[in-house]
Design a protein around this ligand. Sequence first.
Ligand SMILES: [Zn+2]
Length: 185
Amino acid sequence: MDEKSKVKQADDYEQQQCPLCHEKSLILTEREIEVPYFGNVFLFSMTCNSCKYHKADVEASEQKEPAKYEFEISGEDDMKVRVVKSSEATVKLPHLATITPGPASQGYVTNIEGILSRVKYQIEASKEIEEDEEDKKKAKNLLKKILNITWGKEKQKLIIEDPSGNSAIISDKAIKMPLKVKVEK
Ligand SMILES: [Zn+2]
């Protein structure tokens, strides 16, 4: 893309209205990347310059079926395994954490280390405001567990369920199965 078209696009994007503060200061970006063994993925993001509203998501360029992925993290090398997580995905780390979909949920392309560091960040943040000693201790133990998983000293199951099919764990070791989608009334 040349400089001129880049500037033109930026101008167009700034015309967008923010869904939160309604200022015309929302910048949209869209990018396509290739994820081996999954296909092309569009990365979308919107960031408001006024209120700092931020939303990012991913979408596979091909229509995918609802899917569930299971993976056992068992070594340091697994940290590099790529993960595509859409905003509609539920990420489960049994006995550790669950990332649920919702309005504040983001979509991104990362790796297992990236998923663990997001969980770590959330536990650290909640530990800061936690006043109960027992819960503080619990958070401390979870952080220790994450560190052990990162170093390959402790095994951990990772499950990703996505009714949109836009999520994946990219590894031969990952078990993919169809996800039964509950119909909401
Ligand atoms: Zn805004």
